[in-house]
Structures are given as C-alpha cells and as structure tokens.
Ligand binder design. Structure first.
Ligand code: PDD
Length: 285
C-alpha cells in the first residue's frame, strides 16, 4: 500500500502529493521543518516541536499555515492513515507560491506538507555498537537556531562521512564543535561532567537535547553547557549525540581514534534508557 501524504489540507497518494515549481521552499529554501518521533503510534514531545516551529516561523516573519490544533489533528490522521507504529513524521512549512523575487511576497498563504516514515528506531543496532564520526568544518549559515530546509552543508557532511566509511560528522567552527550534521553533540569528561555547546545562533536548540539535559540533571550528573574542541572529545571518557530519530546515540570513534574504551559508555547507555522509558510511558505529547 502506498503512503498517504498531507498537502495543504488534503490527504493524497504520493503521485498526487505535488507543489508548485514557484514554491519558495523549492526556489529559495524559504521553508522551515520539524521531525517528530512516533513510538507505539504516539507522537513524542510533539508540542515542543510545534513550539519550535512557531519560533522558526516568527524569526522569518512567516505566517503559520493554520492553528497548532489543526496541525495536530492532521498529524494524528496521517499517522492513522499510514498505520505508523514506530517512525518519523516530517512536517514542512514554506512561505508559499509567488513569482520569483527575493523579497517576501505579501498576502501569499504559506504551505504545509507532511509525510510519515515507518522505521525501527528502538531496535537500532547502532545503539549497541555506537557510531563512528569524522570532524569537518561547519560551512552552514549564521542562523542555525532556525530550523530551515537549507540543508546542503549537512548533506555534504553526511556524504563526506559515508565516503570516509563512518556514520556521521561533527562540525567545527573557530576550533569548537558546534553540533552533528543533524543532531546535538556531547562529551563526558574524565570528571564525569556532561558537556554540550550552549544554545545560541550557532546550533539548533534540540528538543531531545532539552529532555536529555533534564534527565541528566535529575539523575545527578553535572551538566556544563559550554563549547568543547575535538581534542577535548578525543580525551573524553564518552561521547554521544541526541536527536528525534536517534534519541541518545553513543559515539565511539572520532577521526579514527577510539573514545574511552571504544564501545558505548555507561552515561550514554543510561540516558538512552531513561529517554526511551520516559517516552514510552507518557501520553501523546
Ligand atoms: N535533525 N541539530 C541539528 C542541526 C538538527 O538537524 C537536529 C534535528 C538536531 C536535534 O534536534 P531534535 O532533538 O529536536 O531532533 C540538532 C532532524 C532529526 C532531521 O533533520 O532529520
């Protein structure tokens, strides 16, 4: 059975899920997006994703396509129509369709498209082995706190990782790690302190980051929101990433050097367990 897509109020088959060539998302990457997790048929932390969507829209003076309640209703219907038990729901808002001019068009309705991807997230074999990464220069624009679809630099980074035979890349700017290509980056120092870059225009304020830092504090870890270098990461006991699709994922090798024992460490494992248990025990949020 083919997937059902959502396009501006309609639930349609993939072959009918089309937008205009003049859509500003297509021409200028003038669009923002969110990826929410679905576990046991329920959306995880979706309200926080919708809050971040509203912030991205507001930073770009883009009008919301409809109310949060309408988005939520459509999300639930899409999950049901596609019988998604576990996977992701992708949502994208663009400034809409207008003849090609750089300045923002007026009175143009924004557009909303959504689709689901059923995939196994809990039983991810990478969580057992950990992932390997390389470091690369951060070549993105200066407002990474806005979740835009302008993702060519991260695509180049992931491609470089694939070509290097590893799983992902951490991006480095002015000597400090910003984040992963599509995730936030962390180390656990020899003093058992969890370190991750402070929020700002340089990184995305991850919804999973927010939850995991809360859980880490509750579990008694000392958390420091401060930038770190690759050299510090190579000396660390552990490293890991967080995102909606990977939850907490151990990083066991950076640029060919093993981190700690070279296998997933206790802190990453514990935080992954807490994150998944909490997500599974909560209502659709
Ligand atoms: N990526 N940093 C970047 C650059 C990201 O693209 C993402 C998410 C994150 C983690 O954010 P969150 O915890 O809210 O998923 C951090 C999504 C999953 C993606 O582009 O597919």
């Amino acid at each position: 059975m083919s997937r059902i897509f959502y396009v501006n109020g309609d639930f349609v088959a993939e072959e009918d899920a089309k937008i205009s060539v003049l859509d500003r998302g297509f021409l200028f990457a003038d669009a923002v997006y969110e990826v929410s997790t679905v576990l046991a048929g329920k959306l995880i932390d979706n309200k926080a994703h919708l809050r971040r969507l509203a912030r991205s829209l507001s930073e770009l003076a883009m009008v919301a396509p409809c109310s949060d309640e309408s988005i939520l209703e459509a999300q639930h219907k899409l999950i049901e129509l596609n019988t998604v038990q576990e996977g992701l729901l992708y949502l994208q808002v663009s400034r809409g369709v207008a003849d090609r001019e750089f300045y923002y068009p007026t009175n143009t309705p924004s557009s909303l498209v959504m689709f689901t991807q059923s995939k196994s997230l809990l039983d991810n074999p990478a969580a057992q082995t950990g992932i390997k990464i390389i470091s690369i220069p951060d070549q993105r624009w200066a407002r990474r706190d806005i979740k835009t679809v302008g993702l060519l630099a991260p695509c180049m980074g992931k491609q470089a990782a694939v070509e290097a035979g590893v799983n992902d890349a951490w991006m480095v700017e002015d000597g400090f790690v910003t984040e992963g290509t599509s995730n936030n980056a962390y180390i656990v120092t020899s003093e058992k302190q969890i370190k991750t870059r402070q929020l700002g225009h340089e990184i995305l304020s991850g919804i999973t980051r927010d939850a995991v830092l809360r859980f880490a504090n509750e579990a008694g870890y000392s958390v420091l929101e401060e930038a770190f270098t690759i050299e510090e990461a190579l000396q660390a006991e552990e490293a890991f990433i967080t995102s909606a699709s990977t939850f907490v994922m151990p990083v066991v090798n950076i640029d060919g050097t093993d981190i700690g024992s070279g296998s997933p460490g206790p802190v990453a494992k514990q935080l992954r367990k807490i994150y998944i248990e909490t997500a599974m025990s909560r209502q659709d949020l």
